[in-house]
Design a protein around this ligand. Sequence first.
Ligand SMILES: NC(=O)C1=CN([C@@H]2O[C@H](COP(=O)(O)OP(=O)(O)OC[C@H]3O[C@@H](n4cnc5c(N)ncnc54)[C@H](O)[C@@H]3O)[C@@H](O)[C@H]2O)C=CC1
Ligand SMILES: NCC(=O)COP(=O)(O)O
Length: 337
Amino acid sequence: MNVRYAPLVITAGEPAGIGPELCVQIAAAALNVVVVADKHLLQQRAQQLGIDLKIREWDRAKWEGACAGRLDVIHVPLAVPSVAGELNAANSPYVLETLRRALLGCQSGEFSGMVTAPVHKGIINDAGIPFSGHTEFLAELTQTPQVVMMLAGGGMRVALVTTHMALRDVPDAITVELLARVLRIIHRDLACRFGVAAPRILVAGLNPHAGEGGHMGREEIEVMIPVLDRLRAEGMNVSQPLPADTLFTQHKLSTCDCVLTMYHDQGLPVLKHASFGQGVNITLGLPVIRTSVDHGTALDLAGTGRANSGSLLEAILVAAQMAQFERLSSGPLHERT
Ligand SMILES: NC(=O)C1=CN([C@@H]2O[C@H](COP(=O)(O)OP(=O)(O)OC[C@H]3O[C@@H](n4cnc5c(N)ncnc54)[C@H](O)[C@@H]3O)[C@@H](O)[C@H]2O)C=CC1
Ligand SMILES: NCC(=O)COP(=O)(O)O
């Protein structure tokens, strides 16, 4: 039991998805974590899975560490009972409330970081709430103008310039300013949060063959190369735009600390092919630590007990390592910059 440090907080995510049962599954491991969810939902999923679970309401003053088979829970009530595998838009405000509560706890020092189980982006929008992902939602709540989604797994780190947007909108979104901001955040956070002294970043081109000298698209010449040249002149170790199809070879990966891709499905399929179920999603640039699973709500598995908790456990481990690194450094990142 480790009670010297503030626990991590886990949000259980979409109530009809696998998030609640993953939280139930990891109770056996007695980790230094607190869960934000509806306590009745957790108990019901535990019963469904045949797991003997004790639930105790979180009381910071009485916290004396985790105990195998018990979860410490911050109770946020569902709007309506949830059936595994069946989405209900009435519970979308609940999902967002769990995120708000977890974030508040991180900002106040109650928790050392937050780990998120998957939410269902579609049903939140169906509820009339514009929502594209935790990454953007947490950036908005913390008034952080720029954050970066980075996933780690299979021995690689893959970051994205654009996240949840239609492919049609991607080329116009990749501007000189955005690319520079994203690269600066990756450079800073790899150094300050992960101890990578001089991060080496390989940058994927947007177009096939990185534009083939302008014959297959001009974004590399007109937008990317000028930014990359400028950042290199400032001392950052960033490549030229590289053809994305050969960027993920073992040889190339062994020469870098992170690959920067231009859009969601340029980078993430590669990473998930290498490590699905063990990968971790990390939001760089936030004033708090936030990691997440590499998978979605898996409605097809919800309630069956067949969901794998590997990625959630990795996400907890990475958040704990980041928190430890922060303690050994000089405090929260946002207070150091
Ligand atoms: N961090 C988050 O909140 C994320 C949320 N999502 C959301 O999840 C929803 C569903 O997305 P999909 O693309 O269908 O991806 P998904 O990851 O939910 O499912 C893809 C496939 O992987 C399987 N799978 C997923 N997690 C698993 C686990 N832990 N153990 C065993 N098998 C697992 C599923 O059964 C399914 O066959 C969408 O609304 C999406 O926006 C997707 C990715 C991340
Ligand atoms: N594909 C990754 C993903 O959708 C996770 O997004 P977020 O909810 O962490 O922003």
